[in-house]
Design a protein around this ligand. Structure first.
Ligand code: PGA
Length: 252
């Protein structure tokens, strides 16, 4: 089965509700009629409800950027997977490098969040990636192996059809430095092989693995031409309709 590409925009801590509405309206008109790739936007929590209404009937999917691992309880400041499902999310980004490195999220917590997201019928976009130091000391593949194994340790093969992985080298996020097509392909193919070992061959070959880290109009086509790159997770360049639409319209 060919893997349908995903182009996802992670808006991070940007966009008020009016700003989010303007961007969604521009995306809706600019991307109408596109059906051979899936478009996903991940606004901040405060704009999710309005975004869900504005996206209704557009074919563009809604994602949150984070979730709690519990469904309800005394967790001041947290938002649960059930609440995200309720507001209209299909996806939730889990384990983004900014969550890991600025907010101290560990593999253990990430594993619980992925489990909780699936239990609430959300599709996790599970982020992994090495730091510059880890790359320079030759630890990239070991780090990816650990993150994949630990992050998916509560997941059965039957759930894997709903999981999306995003490989985002930390040194390429928001820095303007993209991994070369070859570096990205090497990591993606390594991740797919790892999943074959952890689950089954067909699960690994159906899984969508996105690349993230300074994806722009100028580099998306080369990345998407790689056999194991099934889409992109875009930060900065997803905040403006023109640049995000150009990425959405990548050519392979
Ligand atoms: P960037 O962010 O495209 O701005 O590098 C990617 C991400 O953090 O998902």
């Amino acid at each position: 089965m060919p893997r349908k590409p995903i182009v996802a925009g992670n808006w991070k801590m940007y966009k008020t509700i009016p700003e989010a509405m303007a961007l969604i309206n521009a995306l809706r008109s600019g991307a109408s009629g596109i059906s051979d790739r899936e478009i996903v936007v991940a606004p901040p929590f405060t704009a999710l409800a309005a975004a869900a209404r504005a996206l209704d009937g557009s074919g563009i999917s809604l994602s949150a950027q984070n979730t709690c691992w519990e469904n309800e309880g005394a967790y001041t400041g947290e938002v649960s997977p059930t609440m995200l499902k309720d507001v209209g999310c299909r996806y939730v980004i889990i384990g983004h490098s900014e969550r890991r490195h600025i907010f101290g999220e560990r593999d253990e917590t990430i594993a619980r969040k992925i489990r909780a997201a699936l239990d609430a019928s959300l599709q996790p976009i599970f982020c992994i990636g090495e730091t510059l130091e880890e790359r320079e000391t030759g630890e990239t593949l070991a780090v990816l192996r650990r993150q994949v194994k630990e992050g998916l340790k509560l997941i059965r093969g039957a759930d894997m059809g709903r999981v999306v992985i995003a490989y985002e080298p930390v040194w390429a996020i928001g820095t303007g430095k993209t991994a070369t097509n070859e570096q990205a392909q090497e990591s993606h193919s390594f991740i797919r092989t790892l999943l074959e070992g952890l689950f089954e061959k067909n699960i690994a070959s159906d899984l969508r693995i996105l690349y993230g880290g300074s994806v722009k109009a100028g580099n998306v086509d080369g990345l998407m031409a790689q056999p194991d790159i099934d889409g992109v997770l875009v930060g900065g360049a997803s905040l403006e309709a023109d640049s995000f639409l150009r990425i959405i319209k990548f050519e392979r």
